[in-house]
Design a binder for this molecule. Structure first.
Ligand code: PMP
Length: 301
């Protein structure tokens, strides 16, 4: 029996007992929203930003949230405490709930709420030292006027196609462009380039999710006196950048050393990427919403 506890619609159940109906519209249609959040050293990083994004996503798709924001934040904290993990990834999913086989969300009387907490390493540790090779792929980012990237919905097919294309190219991650050919983002991460003393990341209107890690890096870079700009750029700008890196809750900050066969900078993680990663790692263990956990496995950095 696993010792992992899942929050499922008001109660904690063991992982193997955490089941929902095949009539759930999240399963049938991808009708729902989610967040990936991280707890570092017993502090939940930027919980309010994650909750704001979740509730804005819910409002946008008219999903009735069964808890208010404070209640759900409290439940996230309780789930982390119940699992006793100081360093973990939190997946919060709110689906439209159980309905019939038709699309109609009005036939789903109540949302399903799931909170999963578990250790996570998306990229093997050594890749943070070596950096990763990536490609750009044919799949384009959804147009913001078709499905807003601000809605972090369960409809991730767009991103999954990107991941498949990355695998087909024998790399672990890929960049997608928007419908006009500007660089949008990775399958589940944002992209930054450093060139001529400036740090650039695509603006939200390009079609990228305005990631919480991305915003934390923008804050850190501004505090450190970098020139930071949210502006559109092309593949050419990526190929000729001095440094490229990706950011995300799961990925954190990871250097990119090759894009479509073009070596970036010296082919190793650059000094600015390393510096920003170091500052980010310091920030995440220091700030955040405290959870109440025993001290015996206190994280020492
Ligand atoms: N873009 C997409 C498409 C994502 O799924 C994610 C992961 N949530 C990100 C960017 C990075 O966002 P964040 O830093 O908030 O995790």
């Amino acid at each position: 029996m696993s010792d992992q506890w899942i929050f499922l619609n008001g109660e904690f159940v063991r992982k193997e007992d955490a089941k929902i109906s095949v009539y759930d519209h999240g399963f049938l249609y991808g009708d729902g929203i989610f967040e990936g959040i991280r707890v570092y050293n017993g502090n939940i990083f930027r919980m309010k930003e994650h909750m704001d994004r979740l509730y804005e996503s819910g409002k946008s798709i008219l999903l009735n949230m069964p808890y208010n924001q404070e209640e759900l934040s409290e439940l996230v904290i309780k789930t982390v405490e119940k699992n006793g993990l100081r360093d973990a990834y939190i997946r919060l999913v709110v689906s439209r709930g159980v309905g019939d086989l038709g699309l109609d969300p009005y036939k789903c009387p109540s949302a399903n709420v799931v909170i999963i907490v578990e250790p996570l390493a998306i990229f093997p540790k050594h890749l943070y030292d070596t950096g990763i090779d990536i490609v750009t792929v044919p799949t384009r980012r959804n147009r913001p006027d078709v499905l807003s990237p601000k809605v972090k919905s369960l409809n991730y097919l767009n991103n999954i196609l990107v991941k498949i294309e990355a695998h087909l190219a024998n790399v672990s991650e890929a960049l997608m462009l928007n419908d006009q050919g500007y660089v949008a983002e990775g399958s589940a991460d944002n992209v930054f380039i450093y060139k001529n003393g400036k740090l650039l990341t695509p603006p939200g209107y390009i079609g990228a999710l305005e990631g919480i890690t991305r915003n934390a890096i923008i804050d850190i870079a501004n505090e450190l006196g970098y020139k930071v700009s949210e502006e559109p750029f092309t593949r050419h700008d990526v190929y000729t950048a001095e440094e490229v890196f990706l950011t995300g809750t799961a990925a954190e900050v990871i250097a990119v050393v090759k894009v479509d066969g073009r070596v970036i900078g010296d082919g190793v993680p650059g000094e600015h990427t390393n510096y920003l990663l170091e500052k980010f790692r310091r920030k995440v263990i220091e700030e955040g919403e405290k959870v109440n956990l025993p001290d015996e496995n206190l994280h020492v950095s």
